[in-house]
Design a protein around this ligand. Structure first.
Ligand code: FDA
Length: 392
């Protein structure tokens, strides 16, 4: 009898793994609680799916075991995925920082994965929820919303907790706990910050304004855009630092990331001595932001010529090291990724198999590997799925 493999989750990792295993001749079934394949892929990258990044490196991933992802990322690289995309004649382009997006639509990536599954005669059970897993004489018995199933091998590709409206469940972590596999506590990553009043009251009036900044905490910094929102702060710089943020911790925002005092800032002040400080600074920052900083008493409403050299330095310091403590994050509702998950230490980095539980595997976001913004999370899904398929 043919070896039966069941994959839970028709997301990026589950679909890619299913196609590879089906094409190797295995009897593969994918179970998903949604109606459609690859729902997160479809909504990713503003509908254009940022499917990988030209600069994939292990340092762009967060995990308690920072070496774990290296093996899979090395064995199925961004170039391998790009080759597959090229085979399907899917047009793509590079945006900032090596991010690759579809020219047309994320649907192209889902269609490609679904054709790969068709080639491998993969079976799908959609609108089917996995509720429990128990060990059977051979393999596992799966309790689903549509009855019981038997499988020789079980691949868990149930993703993280972000976007609960899409039907995300914690079943992956529950399966891990059931088989005594440690789970690193999960929390939202790549997520906007919320702010306390009165800071929120002032800054929410800037909603929609974006500007380049460098945002940092004690451990890391990101030079990208910041976006003011009705609830607080977003934009790539904020999403990136949110994955490295701990509750109660301050962040520092440099509003002039490309300025230095002697060469740029002082000449700006010297050349505009007769102007109001507001008009002078409006040459380099949005006017409404300067007004908000005045309302917060971070900048005084004066003329440039009234500033003493010490006050000029203090102003520069204010604009390049604006410190604030976020109230919290918007949580899983808007997060792009889940930090934490099934502990890497319990898995083989070569095959994603559970070390002490034969025939059980975890791939994709359910594992304690979370990427930076920019296509890194999909690359982890492709690479970990490929590694798992190599186990068969
Ligand atoms: P994924 O979450 O894709 O799939 C898991 C599947 O399992 C889901 O279909 C779920 O319904 C199903 N499932 C869960 N529990 C189940 C149960 N009990 N029974 C049956 N089925 C169950 N990354 C990137 O690299 N580039 C990008 O452009 C973006 N953009 C982006 C936008 C938005 C809005 C979000 C929320 C996320 C992104 N990401 C991203 C992150 C990326 O989408 C994510 O890391 C991958 O989709 C993870 O793929 P997985 O296959 O691991 O899980």
């Amino acid at each position: 009898m043919q070896t039966k493999i069941t994959i839970i989750g028709a997301g990026a990792a589950g679909l890619f793994c299913a196609g590879l295993l089906g094409q190797k001749g295995y009897d593969v079934t994918v179970i998903d609680n949604g109606k459609k394949l690859g729902r997160k892929i479809l909504m990713s990258g503003g509908g254009k799916c940022n499917f990988t990044n030209l600069n994939v490196e292990a340092t762009h991933y967060i995990s308690q075991n920072r070496h774990f992802c290296k093996s899979a990322l090395k064995r199925f690289t961004q170039w391998d995925f790009i080759q597959l995309v090229n085979q399907y004649h899917i047009g793509y382009h590079e945006k900032d920082h090596g991010q690759l997006f579809c020219d047309n639509s994320a649907q192209d990536i889902v269609d490609m994965l679904s054709q790969e599954c068709q080639k491998g005669q993969v079976n799908f059970m959609l609108q089917t929820q996995l509720e429990d897993v128990v060990l059977a004489e051979q393999g596992f018995k799966l309790h689903t919303s549509k009855g019981y199933l038997q499988t020789d091998h079980l691949i868990v590709a149930t993703g993280g907790q972000s976007m609960p409206a899409l039907g995300m469940t914690a079943i992956g972590y529950k399966i891990a706990e059931k088989f005594a596999i440690p789970v690193v506590p999960v929390k939202a990553g790549l997520v906007p910050f919320t702010l306390h009043k009165p800071l929120l009251t002032v800054l929410s009036s800037l909603s929609g304004i974006a500007l380049p900044v460098e945002v940092s905490n004690k451990r890391i910094s990101f030079k990208e855009n910041l976006l003011f929102t009705h609830r607080g702060l977003s934009g790539p710089a904020i999403l990136q630092i949110s994955s490295y943020w701990q509750a109660g911790e301050a962040i520092t925002i440099n509003l002039l990331p490309d300025f230095n005092f002697e060469d740029d800032f002082k000449p700006l002040l010297d050349n505009n001595r007769n102007q109001s400080l507001k008009n002078c600074l409006a040459q380099i920052l949005p006017k409404r932001l300067i007004e908000a900083l005045m309302q917060l008493n971070l900048i005084v409403d004066t003329t440039v010529k009234q500033l003493t050299p010490t006050e000029q330095q203090a102003l520069y310091q204010t604009l390049t090291a604006w410190s604030m403590t976020p109230n919290g994050t918007e949580g899983y509702r808007t997060a792009e990724v889940t930090l934490g998950g099934v502990s890497c230490d319990a898995l083989s980095s070569k095959t994603m198999a559970v070390k002490n539980q034969p025939n059980l595997y975890f791939i994709g976001e359910v594992v304690d590997v979370a990427g930076w913004l920019g296509g890194y999370n999909f690359q982890w899904a492709w690479s970990s799925a490929f590694a798992c398929a190599q186990a068969f």
